[in-house]
Design a protein around this ligand. Structure first.
Ligand SMILES: Nc1nc2c(c(=O)[nH]1)N[C@H]1C(S)=C(S)[C@@H](COP(=O)(O)O)O[C@H]1N2
Ligand SMILES: [Mo]
Length: 388
């Protein structure tokens, strides 16, 4: 039995931990995420399951499947029977198809390593606040996905010259006012050899929560293009009228004032992810003795490569280059490392700023937008250098 005094001491400590690092406390909360095999993640919503990866657990190039963030708009379909499952291909094609998972696995298999990020990652930081899942930093992860090329499936069906978009349908069911998750990918991206229909993730069959038995992987584009539980492709000669295409996942075509309303005609579809960096070590609130401090993290830029990542420890007045290390692959985050020296006690705000191969750099201030998409301002982590 725990004494009252110990209990109070523990609660006080939990409070202190929460102020320093709310993520670590939440990660230990009753494991609501257990039945999804995601007990180490932060629960942003249970119905539907939206789980964020604590930043400290994003410290490896490949995110293990049990640590990969989870985003669902609707309840996760129960175990789908892979033997009974089929992918239907119709619309603007010469020969409509129905392919079994075995037939899809007979097509040439390709593996792409992809950093997948939810368009709403960082939404919680926008001011004024916006509705939606309040993601902080961890709705991003990296995995190796294996599958067939979407182009090989489309070629087999014979796409007509009228084709403009491939509409993607899924097995998760609409619920209440939430329509079924239907997305579209423009023909050029659909036919790109790196756009795949994946049945494996990090060498395992895709976990149910990540889209078993088949999901689209549209590399470099915001996560919502990568439709899970994919069961039909409908080739269109126009734009899809799905809510998730016509209304959601859109961004203003110009800079607007925070909180301003935008006419629907001035909202354009999101596509590629923007340049961004994430400091994964040290964790915010860490204390150091005077001396060397090692910084590490990842930077990514959708379809572009990372050219450099700079670090500032003087609130952005001056910047120092970091080393880019480890695996380098298209559509995938790149590791950066840097060591700096602080010889006297002080509070240090570490800022990271990535620049991509096209010269786009992270801004000091993210552009506010009504749905809180594409948060990408400098990452920042405050650490304390303390005397003996
Ligand atoms: N069928 C279906 N596919 C979906 C979604 C969904 O709700 N239903 N969510 C999308 C969104 S918004 C994102 S960010 C990614 C998340 O993929 P993950 O859960 O495997 O991390 O899946 C996308 N694919
Ligand atoms: Mo998303």
């Amino acid at each position: 039995m725990i004494s009252r005094r110990d209990l109070f001491a523990q609660l006080a400590m939990a409070g202190a931990v929460a102020r320093l690092a709310p993520e670590s406390l939440l990660a230990q909360a009753p494991s609501a995420a257990q039945r999804f095999g995601k007990e180490k993640l932060i629960v942003r919503s249970m119905r539907p399951p939206d789980f964020e990866t604590p930043v400290a657990l994003l410290d490896s190039f490949i995110t293990p499947n049990d640590l990969f963030y989870l985003r669902s708009h609707l309840p996760i379909p129960g175990q789908l029977d892979a033997a009974a499952w089929a992918l239907k291909v119709g619309g603007e094609v010469n020969s409509p198809l129905s392919l079994s998972i075995d037939e899809i696995k007979k097509l040439p298999a390709v593996t792409v390593t992809v950093t997948l990020e939810c368009a709403g990652n960082g939404r919680a930081f926008f001011e004024p606040g916006v509705a939606g899942v309040q993601w902080e930093k961890g709705a991003v992860s990296t995995a190796r996905f294996t599958g067939a090329r979407l182009s090989d499936v489309l070629k087999r069906a014979g796409v007509k010259t009228t084709a403009k978009n491939v509409e993607m349908h899924a097995a998760d069911r609409p619920l209440g006012t939430m329509p079924a998750f239907v997305r579209q990918v423009p023909m050029a991206k659909a036919m790109h050899p790196d756009t795949i229909l994946a049945y494996a993730m990090n060498g395992q069959p895709i976990p149910i929560v990540h889209g078993f038995p088949l999901r689209a992987i549209v590399p470099g584009w915001e996560g919502a293009y990568s439709v899970k539980w994919l069961n039909a492709l409908n080739v269109l000669d126009k734009d899809s009228d799905s809510f998730w295409v016509a209304t959601a996942y859109r961004y203003p075509n110009r800079r607007i004032a925070p909180g301003a309303a935008v006419d629907a005609r001035d909202m354009v579809p999101l596509t590629g992810l923007v340049v961004k960096s994430l400091i994964t070590t040290p964790v915010a609130g860490t204390s150091f003795a005077p001396g060397k401090i090692a910084i590490g993290g990842f930077a990514w830029a959708g379809e572009s490569d990372i050219a450099k990542v700079d670090i500032s420890i003087d609130n952005g007045a001056t910047w120092a280059p970091t080393r880019l290390v480890g695996e380098q692959a298209k559509y995938t985050w790149r590791r950066f490392e840097h060591t700096f020296t602080v010889s006297t006690p002080q509070s240090v705000l570490v800022l990271s700023r990535a620049t991509d191969s096209k010269g786009n750099a992270q801004p000091a201030v993210s552009q506010w937008n009504p749905s809180g998409y594409l948060w990408n301002q400098y990452d920042s982590v405050r650490v304390e250098v303390k005397g003996a």
